[in-house]
Design a protein around this ligand. Structure first.
Ligand code: NCD
Length: 315
């Protein structure tokens, strides 16, 4: 199947990277997601007789369950490995390529989460059916970026001329990588990465965002970034990806949206988080009218319904 990360998204293509989505395709997807969310006529039969396989080699709550719920809402069915790393033939030494080749004989679409960057691309090349990247290690998480952007546009009314502060683990946080790439396709963006020195965004990513025309600021000044932004995107420090416990300890807990920070946060800012959260996003924030992360998580269903329907060639 489609293996090139820049193959434009369309009917029957894999989704490996957010680079497959230009603003026109994003708008097309969001229009489709609106129809899915509104329960338009016939939506519940779009995937009738079709099967989605989920292959998750890393833990997941939201991504896997929202993909499964999305497939069921389209009238399709789901086969799943609870934990592919310990419950599939990976334990016996089977390669990822062999596994997806086999699974593509059983299902019409594969949703894959893996601990290695580039795994989705490799899987898409090996499979005979579309592969949707549900997170490849520290690489990308394109379907999350799409639901993040969907939440942003529904709240702010636009995806251009935004001041976005992405905070936390910019080195290993794949959701931040994909979301910043998506946003940099629109004019007038100011993207501020607020990260500890041991968790800075990859230099190649920063260069790519600038080449797309975004103003990119790298900072450790959380207070300044949050005082003037339209979107505050908080993230968890990815303990499981840090090279050592010492480096993790230096990154964890640096920036938190505590009561002081919340008081300084721009009144026009929407607060997003891909979840799960740790101390960077205290539960006290939940009551703030700017907090939209639960709505963001819910948006995963219509977005993934639209992605699945298109992957299956059914919409
Ligand atoms: C994120 C992920 O898996 O990258 N979670 C998600 O899919 N919503 C974020 C994280 O694990 O920190």
């Amino acid at each position: 199947m489609t293996s090139d990360p820049v193959t434009p998204w369309g009917k029957g293509t894999s989704v490996v990277s957010i680079r497959q989505f230009d603003p026109l395709r994003v708008a097309e997807l969001f229009a489709l997601a609106d129809r899915m969310g509104a329960g338009a006529e016939g939506v519940g039969a779009l995937a009738r007789g079709r099967i989605m396989a989920t292959l998750f080699y890393e833990p997941s709550t939201r991504t896997r369950l929202s993909f499964e719920a999305a497939m069921l809402r389209l009238g399709g069915q789901v086969v799943s490995t609870e934990n592919a790393a310990s419950m599939s033939s990976a334990v016996k030494g089977e390669s990822l390529a062999d596994t997806v080749r086999i699974v593509s004989g059983y299902a019409d679409v594969i949703v894959l989460r893996h601990h290695e960057a580039g795994a989705a691309r490799l899987a898409a090349a090996a499979a005979d059916v579309p592969v949707l990247n549900a997170g490849d290690g520290p690489g990308e998480h394109p379907t999350q970026a799409l639901l993040d952007a969907y939440t942003i546009v529904r709240r702010t009314g636009r995806l251009d001329h935004l001041r976005v502060a992405l905070v936390g683990d910019m080195a290993y946080g794949r959701t931040a990588h994909s979301l910043s790439l998506l946003l940099a396709n629109y004019p007038g963006q100011t993207i501020t990465f607020v990260a500890p020195d041991v968790a800075r965004a990859p230099a190649a990513l920063v260069a790519e965002l600038r080449a797309r025309g975004a103003t990119v600021v790298e900072s450790e000044d959380f207070g300044a970034a949050i005082a003037d932004c339209d979107v505050l995107y908080m993230t968890r420090v990815q303990k499981e990806r840090f090279p050592s416990p010492e480096l993790y300890a230096r990154a964890q807990g640096r920036f938190a949206l505590d009561a002081d920070a919340l008081a300084r946060l721009s009144p026009r800012a929407w607060i997003l988080h891909p979840l799960p959260r740790l101390g960077e996003l205290p539960e006290a924030v939940d009551a703030d009218p700017r907090a939209v992360y639960f709505e963001q998580a819910r948006n995963g269903v219509p977005i993934r319904m639209a992605l699945l329907a298109r992957a299956l060639g059914a919409a």
